[in-house]
Design a protein around this ligand. Structure first.
Ligand code: SF4
Length: 434
């Protein structure tokens, strides 16, 4: 029997798909090269944007004849499309065998176990990815308690639930045995990790435990932070532990205080800037990353200018910018409308992208001539690629004709060319021991 998982959306969904795949493989299933070769298809869905949800609905509809043609086949839907109440979905798509909320893998494992005549209790253990990449993601906290007015996540992924610290350390130990060199600790808000656990460990405690107890792990990253929960203890821990990367993803979403209030973000422009100041003072080499929405309901030209100023003043290493689009069943959709014209949203989007390109041109230029520690994680079109500690993408040519596999090596690269989006360089010296 073979399985295929179609994944849409963020790293949380990718991590969930890897874990779902691990469970199915422990039942003896193999990965099918394409959906049409599979006996079990899982759609791991995203609903953060309407277009993503439409795509999932399209897939689900197109798979109806496939599922109905053969009773031995299994079709499951997981991810954010499946809210706490799956009854409406069951009525709409009665041919689907299972609707699973994020991280609720058991139902499909049991259905497939039944079809195979196997009791999953006996053969499915921890859901640790079986064939992880050199760099992989480890979800540490599920759900979100923040209820930003534009966001659907808390309604779909539920309240925050942290995974036990010991379980996460053990998972990282298992991952290094499978060749992993770098983990990214994942959550909608990793800075609130642990508040619901006995002893209330925080993200700093977790990073320290992994750092000390998994010495073979070369790099630890974390994603995404929330300005209200990023404590000085977390900042100090990033600065103190050499194998925690100095790369902080701290969404500001809007630069104007009235817009921030309407988004219910819980901080002001001044408070955000002060926090970035503290992070930079404590971790001088830090690369800052942010998320930003333009054209939020009621955002005036002047209010947008506050966002643009943030981009020019703070000088982020990466900006994920999106034009606002309504999500059904969010507070913003129910109470605020969508009054910024599409053309104006596009203009603001372009203004942010242009400002950011100018910032990145300057930031990346400072790398020219420097030697960077790069973890090699991919080969494409004959060239190797990897990331610096600050998460800059670096391309370099193989050092010789030997065809040596450099995947997972930590190498020193002298930067010989920079663009706003990536760096290029040459291998220098001996590889760094891992
Ligand atoms: S912090 Fe806000 S934007 Fe992020 S997942 Fe939670 S509710 Fe959504």
């Amino acid at each position: 029997m073979r399985y295929y998982i179609w994944t849409e959306g963020c790293q949380m969904n990718m991590a969930d798909s890897e874990r779902m795949g691990s469970g199915l493989e422990q039942l003896g299933l193999d990965l099918a090269p394409t959906a049409k070769d599979a006996d079990v298809i899982v759609l791991n869905t995203c609903v953060v944007r309407q277009s993503a949800e439409d795509k999932a609905v399209g897939m689900l509809t197109s798979l109806k004849p496939w599922r109905q043609a053969n009773p031995d086949r299994t079709l499951a839907v997981m991810g954010c499309m499946v809210g706490p109440q799956a009854d409406a979905l069951k009525k709409l798509y009665p041919y689907v065998d299972s609707f699973m909320q994020p991280q609720q893998f058991d139902s499909l494992i049991n259905i497939v176990g039944d079809k195979l005549g196997i009791d999953p209790e006996g053969c499915v253990g921890e859901l640790v990815p079986g064939h992880p990449n050199v760099t992989t993601h480890v979800p540490i906290i599920h759900g979100c308690d923040k209820f930003c007015t534009f966001c659907i996540i808390p309604y779909r992924r539920g309240r925050e639930t942290s995974r036990p610290l010991e379980e996460l350390v053990h998972e990282c130990q298992m991952l290094v045995l499978r060749g992993v060199k770098e983990v990214t600790l994942l959550g909608q808000n990793v800075d609130s990790y642990g508040h619901d656990l006995p002893g209330t460990p925080d993200l700093g405690d977790l990073m320290e435990a992994i750092h000390d107890q998994v010495p073979e792990l070369a790099r630890i990253r974390f994603l995404t932070s929330h300005p209200n929960d990023m404590s000085q203890h977390i900042i100090d821990t990033i600065a103190r532990l050499p194998r925690v990367m100095e790369n902080v993803n701290l969404p500001f979403q809007a630069g104007n205080d009235e817009v921030l209030d309407r988004m219910k973000r819980g901080y002001s422009n001044a408070e955000y800037r002060a926090l970035v100041g503290r992070v930079r003072e404590t971790i001088p080499a830090v690369a800052m990353v942010t998320d930003l929405i333009v054209g939020f309901p009621g955002e005036t030209d002047e209010q947008f200018e506050d966002s643009l100023s943030m981009i020019k003043d703070i000088r982020f290493d990466k900006v994920h910018v999106a034009a606002y689009s309504t999500r059904p069943n969010t507070f913003a959709q129910r109470k605020m409308g969508d009054d910024v014209p599409l053309e104006e949203k596009k203009r603001r989007l372009k203004a942010i992208e242009q400002a950011q390109e100018a910032v990145l041109t300057e930031i990346n230029n400072t790398y020219f001539g420097s030697v960077q520690e790069v973890l090699v994680d991919r080969r494409k079109a004959g060239r190797w690629q990897g990331r610096t500690r600050t998460d800059k993408l670096v391309f370099f040519d193989p050092p010789d004709e030997s065809g040596r596999d450099m995947m997972g090596e930590m190498v020193n690269i002298r930067i010989t060319k920079t663009t706003p989006w990536s760096l290029q360089g040459k291998l220098v010296g001996v590889p760094v021991n891992l």
